[in-house]
Write a protein that binds this ligand. Structure first.
Ligand code: ZN
Ligand code: ZN
Length: 232
């Protein structure tokens, strides 16, 4: 049977403020990131579970861990963003060789932000209470304005895809890169260029019409001037 993946995006009781370019929060952008990971892993045929998305705080973690344990997921993957000043990416895990090796697989694919650290944490609820491997990512520092901007301008998609590659390796699923859309984009570009040409021609036409109207106005002004003179 295919190995199951349980996903748990940050769900802090009080969402942490970030330096993101728009109104955001750690919970908000981790949820958006996890949406991509979830969609891509389902595309790979991996059984994915992601429960209690509307809950926050301790109760969310308790419900999610219980559900993952009951389901007997192979990996429990958590996504958070970090704070406190720094510029690295990190995967937290339980203190055993299997977990540390799995966390290192994330590091193998995490090329967008470096360095990557594998850090043992035995105090965090989701790491402590899960029966399976728990990989608890701290993706980047959300108090770093530059990295926040990067994350919201394509970085999130890049990081999610790196994670998908790592999870595929861990779940022993053949990784398939996203479908190349360059041909579609070429066609879209051509269509846009055509529309632009049409609009530019219309602009030229309107400019010509404006010139013709200006001539008529000038001619009328001349007539008015002549008439005024005759009246004087
Ligand atoms: Zn954000
Ligand atoms: Zn967090």
């Amino acid at each position: 049977m295919a190995k199951g993946l349980y996903l748990s995006a940050a769900a802090h009781r009080y969402d942490n403020p970030t330096e993101c370019p728009q109104s955001c929060g750690e919970n908000v952008h981790c949820k958006a990131y996890m949406d991509i990971v979830e969609r891509r892993m389902i595309e790979h045929g991996v059984p994915v579970m992601r429960g209690y998305q509307d809950e926050v705080g301790d109760i969310a973690m308790q419900h999610r861990v219980a559900e993952a344990n009951e389901w007997e997921a192979f990996i429990y993957y958590v996504a958070h963003t970090n704070s406190g000043g720094g510029r690295y990416t990190m995967t937290l895990c339980w203190d055993n060789e299997e977990s540390k090796a799995a966390a290192a697989v994330i590091g193998k694919y995490r090329k967008s932000i470096t360095p990557h650290k594998v850090t043992v944490r035995t105090d965090l609820y989701e790491i402590r209470k899960t029966k399976m491997i728990c990989l608890y990512d701290e993706l980047f520092f959300h108090d770093n304005e530059e990295d926040c901007a990067w994350f919201h301008h394509g970085g999130m998609e890049i990081m999610a895809e790196e994670t998908v590659q790592a999870l595929c390796e861990l779940l022993e699923v053949e990784y398939v890169a996203p479908v190349d859309r360059s041909d579609d984009l070429k066609a879209e570009n051509e269509a846009l260029r055509y529309q632009l040409d049409v609009l530019l021609k219309q602009v030229d036409q309107l400019a010509d019409e404006k010139k013709a109207l200006q001539k008529q106005v000038d001619a009328l002004k001349d007539k008015i001037a002549v008439a005024k003179k005759a009246l004087a």
